[in-house]
Design a protein around this ligand. Structure first.
Ligand code: PEP
Ligand code: MN
Length: 339
């Protein structure tokens, strides 16, 4: 349920509304916008059945939220959520580009990649130290050594680092290095992991599971938020369908649907969606045109020798060209791109 206050409501009135609701055992979340304040109430709403909320001073309206996700729903927030990372407010006017190799393979390649993508306008470096691989015989990442390299490269370039956490037992370790923690597609419904990263305040990059609906994705975000971490960034990365021409099927429509359903920022990953280098740019243009708040792009100094996802990784020149050709789409979407 959400309570909308009248404009000009005082802090004392807001506090009093919250106390009243909380006295019935529900939790409240306040979202302060420029024009209105929204008080989201989560818990057993039956308990408020006989309470005349409309008569509490400062209350203008009370609405039921019919969606199964509450904290993540559009109604629960007065404004779109902005999550700061690398000098960009993800979800604001600027389009955020996060780039880097699929896997951290060594310090030198990571540093070279970081410098190359930063020079073209990427504002965060992404690289996997713990890699979810379909085959147990594939390269599964450098682990803590990879995290160390990411931290060193952050020091040398100033780029914040984004890296995946795969297991509840690694959350504290990964959080001690990462500026943003990625939950990969395969773990989108690992509820224990979602709860564990919900204890943090660090931003979480939540990738859509390959067989997850938009509602499943929003409920996964709800798991994180219900534990107290409101800093969730969603990512459309393609889903499994009967199509075989691309690695996944990029669900372009999910982007505007998510933007309608939630106040959380939405990124797109054109690299995993298409699985092919030549599709990265067209899918990136489409994502920005559809309203994505940013992109996740795989870049490697020598894609042909990459230990993972070489086929979909751009080399430095291709990334530079993408960033140039993206500009008109960013402008048409009424956004700006960091230079
Ligand atoms: C990745 O980002 O490298 C990755 C493994 O992505 P996903 O979880 O979307 O497959
Ligand atoms: Mn990858």
């Amino acid at each position: 349920m959400i309570i909308v206050t009248r404009s000009g409501v005082t802090q004392e009135e807001v506090d009093h509304i919250r106390e009243r609701v909380e006295s019935f055992g529900l939790r409240t979340h306040v979202s302060q916008g420029e024009h209105r304040t929204v008080i989201g109430c989560v818990g057993d709403e039956e308990r408020l059945q006989h309470v005349s909320l409309l008569s509490i001073p400062g209350v203008e309206a009370v609405h039921a939220v019919m969606k199964p996700y509450k904290l993540a729903s559009r109604e629960f927030a007065a404004e779109p959520t902005r999550i700061p990372l690398g000098g960009v407010d993800i979800g604001g006017k600027e389009v955020m580009v996060i780039a880097g190799p699929c896997s951290v393979e060594g310090k030198d390649m990571l540093l070279r990649t970081a410098r190359a993508v930063r020079a073209e306008g990427a504002r965060a470096l992404r690289g996997g130290a713990f890699k979810p691989r379909t085959s147990p015989y594939s390269f599964r990442g450098l682990g803590e050594q990879g995290l160390e390299m990411l931290a060193q490269v952050r020091t040398e370039t100033g780029l914040p680092i984004v890296t995946e956490v795969m297991d509840t037992r690694q959350v504290d370790l990964v959080a001690s290095y990462a500026d943003m923690l990625q939950i990969g597609a395969r773990n989108m419904q690992n509820y224990n992991l979602l709860m564990e990263v919900g204890r943090l305040r660090r931003p979480i990059l939540l990738k859509r599971g390959m067989s997850a609906t938009v509602e499943d994705l929003l409920l996964a975000a709800e798991y994180v938020m219900s534990q107290g971490n409101p800093n969730v960034v969603l990512c459309e990365r393609g889903i499994r369908t009967f199509g075989t021409a691309t690695r996944n099927t990029f669900d372009l429509a999910a982007i505007p649907v998510l933007k309608q359903e939630t106040h959380l920022p939405v990124l797109a990953d054109p690299s995993h969606a298409g699985g092919r280098r030549d599709l990265v740019a067209p899918l990136a243009y489409a994502a920005i045109a559809a309203g994505a708040d940013g992109l996740l792009v795989e870049v490697h100094p020598e894609p042909e020798s990459a230990t993972s996802d070489g086929d979909q990784s751009l080399d430095f020149d291709q990334f530079a060209s993408l960033m140039k050709t993206l500009r008109p789409f960013v402008a048409a979407a009424g956004r700006t791109l960091a230079s």
